[in-house]
Design a protein around this ligand. Sequence first.
Ligand code: FAD
Length: 457
Amino acid sequence: MADPVVLWFRQDLRLADQAALVAAAGEGPVVPVYVLDDEAPGDWRIGGAQRWWLHHSLAALAAALDEKGVRLILRRGDAADEVAKLADEVGATRVHALHHYEPWWQSAETALGKRVDLCLHEGTRLAPPDRIRTGSGGRYRMFTAFWRALKEQMPPPRPVPAPDRIGTVARPPKSDRLADWDLLPTKPDWAGGFSVWTPGEAGALEALDDFLPKIDDYDVARNLPSQEGTSRFSPHLHHGELSPATVWHAVSKADARHAEPFLRELAWRDFTGNIIDQFADYADSNGRAAYDKMPWRAGKEADADFTAWTKGRTGYPIVDAGMRQLWATGWMHNRVRMIAASFVIKHLLIDWRRGEAWYWDALVDADFGNNAVNWQWVAGTGIDSNPFGRMMAPLVQSPKFDAGDYIREWVPELADVGDDAIHDPHGAGKAPAGYPAPLIGHREARARALDAAAKVR
Ligand code: FAD
């Protein structure tokens, strides 16, 4: 009888296209484990909304394993330590896992590798970040060149199905109870609106089926927040319920003209992995050090403005709609994520890291690389980013991408405002009582932001 092998799940909560599972199942009885490692201070391991997702995703994974007669073991603590201890308990010398590129996972992999025979497999990105190299062997810092190089290595390997049979140990080791982890909010339960989601691998595959017929319209519809024109794969991809290779191969069946715009967006996820693999502190430090001198606003007034932004009470309907969609559902449309992020950074002149932390806590798809790289991209502080001076004007963006339906859905007090006033009800003199006046006018904000940026040299 072969020795047991440990399968270490992290943000790869699936059975299909799971190279670590295939390898483990081929070697001996499998002991699958998930470790809740959420107590390290000051890092970006897991946000508030994500805890809700994680609960349901783990429940789905445990049920799927159960159907195959295998018990998912839950432990809490330092991940490397807990996995090593578990291996010891069950008499396993080998651990299989997918490779992850967040800095804390890389450290955990190094620490665990010193205690067990750790076999790392690919499968969390379209390609391992360090395999995408420039002609002279360097790493990419700009998306467009990265995408060109990534494409040359595509397609990714074909996804492999879940093994039919997974061997198991006669006596599974002890496990925490998922309910005892208190991942779900209770007082208050702010996750009522999250019922739009179905976390778990089956929900991810359903999302894939729902999206594929829409692929031909993606390039246009992806910019219209009132439509379900994007895939909404992001929380599934973040938690690894769907492999990027599965998405690539499914979408590539469409006409290349229609598939390409989507695959390019999907490749952003690989690009952000490539950035955090090179710059581990990218979520905390300006990619361009000159911005360390930026005179961000701070203090009571800035705090009050920031709170108004988080609550969707800035007086700019498109920003408010986005921030309320985020709070209600744990997700915000990409176009509006950009507008709302630009607003807090440039109109309110608040350090991008405060906004980044808010999204982190509120998004079900909060992802270390995607969040940091996009915030720095919008802020103009990033290695690859828009210049700071390029401010998104909400009153220009809003009518361009929304006929008003998105705003009316998420800012109900504006439901009866007509098309002539929906984007700027105060400016049109038609704001209903209770809808706040803009925190600052666009011109004034622009002058203040440019003035501040002039201090950065
Ligand atoms: P689709 O348009 O259907 O795209 C398919 C997939 O491609 C997405 O699921 C995602 O995995 C990837 N993708 C698409 N756009 C981007 C992008 N710009 N950067 C990286 N990957 C991308 N995305 C996150 O997954 N987590 C975050 O924490 C996150 N924070 C963001 C913060 C800001 C300020 C901004 C502007 C964007 C952020 N994004 C983040 C990127 C993007 O908004 C979401 O990935 C997208 O809205 C998810 O919806 P979708 O799955 O329907 O996307």
